[in-house]
Design a protein around this ligand. Structure first.
Ligand code: HMG
Ligand code: MG
Length: 301
């Protein structure tokens, strides 16, 4: 991958929808995923094999994966918290798995009812099985910049969890600003600690929530540090029900516009992406209010 190529990892169908309380049909989710692929996205996080009690909105993961028309060259990762999730994901034919934990204990407890060491133990067999099959894996480190229960989170805690996930053998880490509290100085501090511990930027993705409007500034800081993979949600939807106060993810359309102005390649067509954003807005029955979604791209008269 050239230094001017950026991977956009779409989390709209998973992170974007998991916090929506009104049921969304599987048809509407599948249409969303197809429109995202039409726009050129090549990594689309499709759903989660978690407890349907914990995340009712994604309780249709089995059906969704069974009906998903997979396109060649597109990766459809799914979240897997434990052995039960692994069995379900495997039966559904998933071949890209994400395990998830966090850098703070109280969030990990609220989110997955485990301590951090227990979450690493739960992730172990998931990553091991995936590696045996040659499947792609990612490990999420949530609350890397702040925790809704604990407050500040030190970078040493982030590095500690990141190293344990790397030791399990994940292909990539996604470093999460779950509640959208980071600014660029925090990005430099946390990414600096990770690279200082020997984790290369080629194995790091950044997952910014735009709760306080700092996500694009954080992307710019991360680009300067050499990060070339960013998570984003078309329509800017999202949040975790176990992270009170977390608003939407960085909107994919806002990210695409920034990357275009930076002259970086990403393979996503903005106009086609806005069709997907309109679809999800109509599905949810509300305007989503992302900057580029409202203004559109810049067409020079
Ligand atoms: P628990 O209640 O401690 O689990 O939940 P348990 O093992 O005692 O099981 C309880 C029941 O759930 C049992 O059913 C299990 O079979 C069932 P019962 O016997 O009562 O009928 N169960 C499952 N069912 C389906 N699929 C499974 C599964 N596992 C157990 N995989 C558990 C523990 C981890 C399951 C639960 O807390 C959970 O599913 N949590 C997921 C929460 C979640 O998805 N959060 C959002 C994703 S993380 C995020 O958004 C952050 C991120 O975007 C990055 C960032 O922003 O920082 C990634
Ligand atoms: Mg998230």
């Amino acid at each position: 991958m050239a230094d001017r190529d950026v991977r956009i990892y779409e989390v709209g169908p998973r992170d974007g929808l998991q916090n929506e309380t009104a049921p969304i049909s599987t048809d509407a989710k599948l249409r969303f995923i197809q429109l995202l692929a039409d726009a050129g996205l090549r990594e689309i996080e499709a759903t989660s094999f978690v407890s349907p009690t914990a995340i009712p909105q994604l309780g249709d993961a089995n059906e969704l994966m069974a009906r998903l028309e997979r396109r060649p060259g597109v990766r459809y990762p799914v979240l897997v918290p434990n052995r039960r999730g692994l069995e379900r994901a495997q039966a559904a034919g998933a071949d890209a798995l994400c395990v998830f934990t966090a850098a703070s204990e109280p969030f990990t407890k609220a989110n997955i009812n485990m301590t951090i060491p227990e979450s690493i133990d739960a992730a172990g067999p998931v990553v091991e099985t995936a590696r045996e099959h040659g499947w792609w894996t990612r490990g999420y480190v949530s609350t890397a910049f702040g925790c809704p229960y604990q407050g500040e989170v030190g970078e040493a805690a982030v590095v500690g969890v990141a190293q344990q996930l790397i030791e399990l053998g994940v292909d990539e880490l996604s470093i999460g600003d779950t509640i959208g509290v980071a600014g660029p100085a925090d990005v430099r501090r946390v990414v600096g600690a990770l690279t200082g511990a020997g984790i290369g930027t080629d194995r790091l993705a950044m997952h910014f929530h735009d709760t306080r409007g700092t996500a694009l500034a954080n992307v710019t800081a991360a680009l300067d540090l050499g990060i070339r993979c960013f998570d984003a949600s078309t329509g800017g939807t999202g949040g975790c029900p176990y992270a009170p106060g977390a608003a939407g993810n960085l909107a994919t359309e806002d990210l695409v516009y920034l990357l275009d102005r930076e002259g970086l390649s990403h393979g996503v067509d903005l106009d086609a992406l806005l069709v997907a954003a309109r679809h999800i807005s109509e599905t949810l029955g509300r305007a989503l209010g992302t900057k580029v979604g409202q203004a559109g791209g810049w067409r020079v008269p």
